[in-house]
Design a protein around this ligand. Structure first.
Ligand SMILES: N[C@@H](CCC(=O)N[C@@H](CS)C(=O)NCC(=O)O)C(=O)O
Length: 208
C-alpha cells in the first residue's frame, strides 16, 4: 500500500482528507516537525517538503496537486480528477491554490528567505498579506456564487481550500471578513473525513 507523508499544520492535510473521503488504501505517516529535513525523509523527497506519496515499488510522487490527481484517478468516482466538467475545474482550482495562493504564503512562513534584516522582512510580509487578502476575496466570491462547496459540488478543491483558510488565523487577516470562507471552514470541520484526517495528522479543528 502507498504511504502518504504528512506533517502537522501543513498542506499535506489536503491529500490526507482526500484519502479519508475516498477511503483509499493509503497509509498516512505523520512525521514530527523537523523530520522533513532529516536524511531518512530527504532520501524519499529530496525537496524536503510534504506531502510525498511513496509507492510500494519505491516510486515517489510529490506536489499536492499531483498527489490529489493520482488519488482521484486511482480511487475516485464522479468528478474527482476525472475528465468531467467538475474534474477539469478541480484541476484548475488546485493549480491556482497551490501555485498562486500557497506560494504567496512563502514570505509569511519563511520571510528570512526573502530578506536578511528584520525591517525588510516585515515589508515583504506586509506585501504578501495584501496578496493573500486579494486571494481570500477572490476565493470568497467564487464560493459565495457556487454555494456550500467551492465548485458547487464537493471536490478536492474543498480540502485544499480548508488548508488555506486554517492559515488565515496566523495572519493579520480575520476569517470573519470572508463570510463564505468562514462558513466553509466550519462546514468542513463538521465532516467526519476531515475530523479523521485532522486526528491522524495530530491537529485540532479550529471551531471545537
Ligand atoms: N509545491 C509543493 C509545496 C509543498 C510545501 O511547501 N510544503 C510545506 C508545508 S505546507 C513544507 O513541507 N515546508 C517545509 C519547509 O519548507 O521546510 C506542493 O504543492 O506540494
Amino acid at each position: 500500500m502507498p504511504t502518504l507523508y504528512t506533517m502537522p499544520g501543513t498542506c499535506s492535510l489536503a491529500p490526507n482528507i482526500a484519502v479519508a473521503w475516498l477511503d483509499a488504501p493509503v497509509t498516512v505517516r505523520n512525521m514530527a516537525y523537523g523530520d522533513h529535513r532529516k536524511d531518512a525523509y530527504l532520501a524519499i523527497n529530496p525537496k524536503g517538503k510534504v506531502p510525498a506519496l511513496r509507492f510500494e515499488d519505491g516510486d515517489v510522487l510529490t506536489e499536492a496537486a499531483a498527489i490529489l490527481a493520482w488519488l482521484g484517478a486511482a480511487h475516485g468516482s464522479e468528478g474527482y480528477a476525472r475528465d468531467t466538467a467538475l474534474g477539469r475545474k478541480e484541476a484548475e482550482a488546485l493549480s491556482y491554490m497551490t501555485s498562486e495562493v500557497h506560494a504567496d504564503f512563502a514570505p509569511h512562513f519563511a520571510a528570512q528567505t526573502f530578506a536578511d534584516d528584520e525591517a525588510a522582512q516585515d515589508a515583504v510580509k506586509k506585501k504578501a498579506y495584501g496578496k493573500i487578502d486579494a486571494h481570500y476575496r477572490r476565493l470568497d466570491e467564487t464560493l459565495a456564487a457556487n454555494g456550500d462547496w467551492y465548485l458547487g459540488k464537493r471536490s478536492f478543491a474543498d480540502a485544499y481550500l480548508y488548508v488555506l483558510t486554517r492559515w488565515c488565523d496566523q495572519t493579520p487577516m480575520a476569517i470573519g471578513d470572508y463570510p463564505a470562507l468562514a462558513a466553509h471552514r466550519a462546514r468542513m470541520e463538521g465532516n467526519g473525513g476531515v475530523r479523521a484526517a485532522l486526528a491522524r495528522q495530530d491537529m485540532e479543528p479550529l471551531h471545537g
